[in-house]
Design a protein around this ligand. Structure first.
Ligand SMILES: [Ca+2]
Ligand SMILES: [Ca+2]
Ligand SMILES: [Ca+2]
Length: 253
């Protein structure tokens, strides 16, 4: 059938054009069109594949492949603003008397899974402790005026939170976010005691922290304090004020 149509086309072209072309030339023309058609089909196929790739990339983004995580110190849940919980844990770090230990706080999972282990024998001195709210200067109230409850000697939990927003940042010294940013949580800057041997870290403790169950013993191994401005040296005062407790906020965009 295709051959018949092809021959009919040639016949009518001969009639209409009053052949300045030979059959051979027309066949050549047809092959040229065919080649161009094949080439166009290849280009369309490549373009379709490219579109499919871009669409699947978009879908991955929409499904949450992008985003950021942060630690919400002092809480076992994540803010109710389109964030989700990655895991809950115990705030952990180095013993206050150990000068050579890790200086960072960890959000140590509350559901550990073990690999090889050997209990009851100390093989090395890489150690980790929990962390307790100390706030010694506010111990008469347990810093309830800051945190809404008596926190003294209670141990601190933490939560690792995932946000679909692209990036998050902790801003020390403020408790609201800049325009266009979303607040994840706000609170007070905390760290270890300046007189202890161990180095610790400055982190943002939620302004309404929770307590680890049965963690109210006076453990004294790793203690959290509010952070105050020191105005006798290099810190700019104003805007900072001697002895005033510094706020913090975690913002995302
Ligand atoms: Ca404790
Ligand atoms: Ca204590
Ligand atoms: Ca103070």
């Amino acid at each position: 059938m295709k051959n018949i149509i092809f021959l009919l086309k040639i016949y009518f072209m001969f009639i209409l054009v009053q052949p300045t072309f030979t059959v051979h030339e027309l066949k050549g023309l047809d092959y040229q069109i065919l080649e161009e058609l094949i080439s166009l089909r290849k280009e369309v196929s490549a373009a379709n594949k490219k579109i499919e790739r871009l669409e699947s990339k978009d879908a991955a983004g929409a499904a949450g492949a992008a985003g950021d995580t942060y630690i919400r110190w002092g809480r076992k849940s994540c803010p109710d603003n389109e964030t989700s919980l990655v895991y809950t844990g115990f705030m952990a770090g180095s013993d206050k008397s150990h000068s050579g230990a890790g200086s960072n706080y960890l959000c140590l999972t509350d559901t550990p899974i073990w690999d090889q282990y050997r209990d009851g024998k100390v093989n090395s001195l890489g150690r980790i402790t929990g962390v307790e709210y100390q706030f010694w200067n506010q111990r008469s109230t347990g810093a309830a005026e800051f945190f809404g409850d008596n926190m003294y000697n209670h141990n601190a939990p933490c939560a690792v939170c995932y946000t679909k927003r692209r990036v998050s940042v902790m801003v020390p010294g403020r408790n609201i976010c800049s325009k266009g940013w979303t607040m994840e949580y706000s609170g007070y800057l905390v760290t270890g005691y300046h007189g202890d041997a161990s180095a610790t870290e400055y982190v943002c403790l939620d302004r309404r922290p929770e307590k680890v169950v049965n963690g109210d013993a006076d453990d004294e191994d790793n203690r959290l304090y509010l952070v105050e401005a020191t105005c006798s040296g290099s810190l700019a005062c104003p805007p900072y004020v001697a002895g005033r407790e510094i706020t913090c906020v975690v913002c995302s965009l």
